[in-house]
Design a protein around this ligand. Structure first.
Ligand SMILES: Cc1cc2nc3c(=O)[nH]c(=O)nc-3n(C[C@H](O)[C@H](O)[C@H](O)COP(=O)(O)O)c2cc1C
Length: 361
């Protein structure tokens, strides 16, 4: 696919990247990227939930300026936009995750690198100063620790342990399109999986479940790194409270963009109940369904400290490379600033439920 080095003039919103990206990508890649699991009920709910939340304008208290800076895990971020861990950027851009990292760096966004990236994490590190590393449990403590040490040595400043997808199925659309990872793209951050034969009576899912992360795995990770550890995939308040009890440094409310368990609620619906359960002090990030700066604002108002941007980054990468990623994030940032100005919020801290209209009266 030819990636233009300019921004197509018809792009004026982040969603334009989605529309154009889906048009330009080969059908199998588009299906892999856009799809969700099973009947895609959760995938649809992730978007619908944003449409059910209205905003309240403030005409009597207009701030004299808006400041999107925020403290997060001991650092100051210029804005609350991070790039979510998304696998296989090499599918949509020849430079893969390096191109994404360059786009993130241009707008000072943090990149959460997927452990299923097509580029060694050490190479990505040279292109983005704010970088976190996502991981799944790697079958054994030793294998997991080797990945963590690589991330530490390469200056990643936080670990994101994804717990919501110990087993996963390709979307039905991607299956129908015959999606498969091309042979030239590998996962250089992962050691080859040790294949275990299923014992008699064991299904392939049973085999995977034998190696899934447990709370003991989480404790092991927490006890063996000095980096802050966030858990991604939290949708229920009781899990949130339990995880904080284990000492995790932050939670990411996420349903994997509707790609894990179909039937769980929209992540935007889970957000306020989790914020309520964990209290104001806990670090709570959010992803799922964000397609505009207005969506970012709503997530912050419902309790997120910061948000992660998933599919949009690959649509932007497919359409205009690093420039597209930077431009997409810039659009979200400017729309967030606009919402803050018109709702009377001078700082992100001031964004709260009082800025929302949840009824239709
Ligand atoms: C194509 C694709 C690949 C993904 N790969 C990963 C991954 O490797 N690790 C992970 O924790 N989440 C992964 N996710 C989930 C994202 O981090 C994020 O939760 C989700 O995309 C947010 O929803 P959004 O796409 O509507 O913004 C992936 C999502 C997509 C769409």
């Amino acid at each position: 696919m030819d990636i233009p080095q300019h921004i197509p003039p018809e792009i004026v919103s982040a969603q334009d990247y989605e529309a154009l990206g889906l048009k330009r990508l080969p059908a199998d890649l588009a299906a892999w990227l856009a799809g969700g699991s099973a009947e895609e009920w959760t995938l649809r709910r992730n978007r619908e939930a944003f449409g059910e939340v209205g905003l309240r304008n403030s005409i009597c208290r207009v701030p004299s300026g808006v400041d999107t800076r925020l403290p997060l895990l001991g650092q100051t971020l210029p804005h609350p936009l991070l790039l979510a861990p998304v696998a296989n950027h090499g599918l949509v851009h020849p430079e893969g995750e390096i191109a994404t990292a360059q786009g993130a760096e241009a707008v000072l966004a943090a990149l959460v690198l997927s452990s299923q990236a097509n580029t060694p994490l050490e190479q990505v590190a040279g292109h983005v100063s704010r970088r976190w590393m996502q991981l799944y449990w790697q079958q054994t403590p030793e294998r997991t620790l080797r990945l963590i040490r690589r991330a530490e040595d390469a200056g990643y400043s936080a670990l994101v342990l994804t717990l919501d997808a110990p087993v996963q199925a390709l979307s039905r659309g991607a299956q129908r399109q015959g999606f498969a990872l091309p042979a030239h793209l590998g996962h250089p951050n992962l050691e080859p999986a040790v294949r275990r034969e299923a014992a008699s009576g064991q299904s392939p899912i049973d085999v995977l479940l034998q190696e899934a992360a447990t709370l003991e795995s989480l404790d092991f990770i927490l006890g063996n790194t000095s980096l802050p550890v966030l858990v991604k995939g939290v949708m229920e308040s009781d899990d949130a409270v339990e995880l904080l009890g284990h000492g995790v440094h932050g939670l990411i409310v996420s349903n994997h963009g509707g790609r894990a368990l179909d039937g769980v609620s929209a992540s935007l619906e889970a957000l306020p109940r989790i914020r309520q359960a964990v209290g104001d002090g806990a670090t709570l990030l959010f992803d799922g369904g964000i397609r505009s700066g207005h969506d970012v604002f709503k997530a912050l108002a419902l309790g997120a400290d910061a948000v992660l941007i998933g599919r949009l980054q690959l649509y932007a990468l497919a359409v205009a490379g690093p420039l597209g990623v930077a431009h997409m994030l810039k659009i979200l940032h400017e729309e967030l600033q606009l919402c803050m100005a018109l709702t009377g919020c001078a700082t992100v801290e001031e964004i709260g439920p009082h800025t929302l209209r949840l009824d239709r009266a």
